[in-house]
Design a protein around this ligand. Structure first.
Ligand SMILES: Cc1cc2nc3c(=O)[nH]c(=O)nc-3n(C[C@H](O)[C@H](O)[C@H](O)COP(=O)(O)O)c2cc1C
Length: 361
């Protein structure tokens, strides 16, 4: 197996990152508890969920939760989204004053809420505006020594892939790292990510380029690195309920061999700690609901996972939810020491699945 070309140490401005495997920003998912967990399990860097540039929303509970970085290992990177250069510069400063050490500009999000306001990946359609936003944010951050990075897609649509042109413009105005998700805005999350455009961006600029999109396994991570020559990889959806994917990828890139799947007991402890941290950030009433998706992701491929998910959705009390998860993993641990590798899940015997379904009922 060829050694990976991913650098041991990657710098963003003055910050040396422990490795070049990043957690993708995912609104509603990559909150502080989840980011911390990913970092503990091998991610070298995490960008927080996007914070709007709209001042009227800065005092909202949602925004203040998103700006929570208590105990998070640095550097603290905050993503901002918006459509107006001055407002974006102000939003960057607001976050710098609250502890952001790196500002990331969102030009990758296809969500309607963002695109209707001409933000996120919609900005890629207007190169002059996109460049002026990047320049304004860089200028606002420079006196504070805060590097600015930017995340984008390959372009607006298949006929208009302008990531390379934009990347050159962003580099000139002082953007210090670029992440490229290998889809167009038009694709949303459909189709497959392509990496030729990411490779072309890497060739076109001297700043670090991060490849993102559909990295779901250690093998895919290596293939994307080889196809793009990227300086780092960013993983989003495949880390949902599987935050240990970072150490699995890191191990594979370093050695060409696979780590054993995690012990059921380790996953039990990780998830229970994740839940405690989640409840303490969101409070009991909100936390019990917002934790459901995380639990569902952890167990989605596991025997009895679907009945557990349905059961969890009926519970409105954190303690009951926590207990149900604990019971499920204790019983799973009596049947298997380690999580099954994904490829063998399909072959689990029906009786085994039935048995575990009872646990969740
Ligand atoms: C639920 C969800 C929320 C997302 N929120 C953001 C966001 O706030 N900012 C952003 O730049 N990208 C966001 N993305 C895009 C991801 O960062 C990433 O680019 C995309 O999921 C592709 O990577 P993946 O295939 O590894 O998931 C989001 C994606 C998902 C699934």
């Amino acid at each position: 197996m060829p050694a990976s070309r991913v650098p041991d140490v990657l710098h963003i401005g003055p910050y040396a990152l422990p490795n070049a495997l990043f957690v993708a920003p995912m609104a509603g998912v990559t909150d502080r508890p989840f980011r911390q967990l990913c970092k503990r399990l091998g991610a070298g860097y995490a960008v927080s969920e996007m914070v709007t540039s709209r001042k009227d929303l800065w005092d909202s509970l949602k925004t203040s939760r998103r700006a929570n970085h208590e105990g998070e290992p640095g550097p603290i990177a905050v993503q901002i989204a918006g459509t107006d250069a001055d407002m974006m510069a102000e939003a960057a400063l607001y976050n710098v004053q609250r502890g952001a050490q790196i500002i990331d500009i969102n030009m990758g999000c296809p969500a309607k809420k963002v695109c209707n306001k001409w933000a996120g990946s919609a900005l890629m359609q207007n190169e002059a505006l996109a460049e002026s936003i990047a320049a304004a944010v860089v200028q606002a951050c420079a006196p504070h020594g805060v590097p600015v990075t930017l995340k984008m897609r390959t372009g607006w649509c298949a006929q208009h892939k302008n990531a390379v042109q934009l990347a050159r413009r962003f580099e000139v105005v002082g953007i210090q790292m670029l992440t490229v998700h290998g889809r167009t805005r038009e694709q949303g999350y459909k189709g497959e990510a392509e990496y030729d455009t990411v490779a072309a961006v890497k060739q076109a600029v001297r700043i670090p380029v991060v490849a993102n999109g559909d990295i779901t396994s250690p093998e895919k991570a290596l293939a994307v690195l080889q196809a793009t020559g990227a300086d780092a990889l960013m993983i989003g959806r495949a880390a949902q309920g599987r935050p240990w994917i970072f150490r699995e990828v890191a191990h594979y890139l370093a050695t060409g061999t696979h780590l054993a799947p995690p012990l059921v007991e380790e996953v039990r402890q990780l998830l229970l700690e994740h839940l405690q941290d989640h409840y303490s950030l969101y409070g009991q009433a909100t936390g019990v609901r917002s934790a459901r998706k995380h639990i569902a992701w952890y167990v989605r491929e596991l025997p009895g996972g679907e009945p557990l998910r349905r059961h969890i959705n009926t519970l409105e009390d954190c303690q009951a939810q926590y207990q149900a998860v604990d019971d499920y993993f204790v019983q799973l641990g009596q049947r298997m020491q380690r999580l099954p590798p994904s490829s063998t899940l399909d072959t689990l015997m029906e009786s085994e699945l039935d048995c575990l379904a009872e646990v969740a009922a």
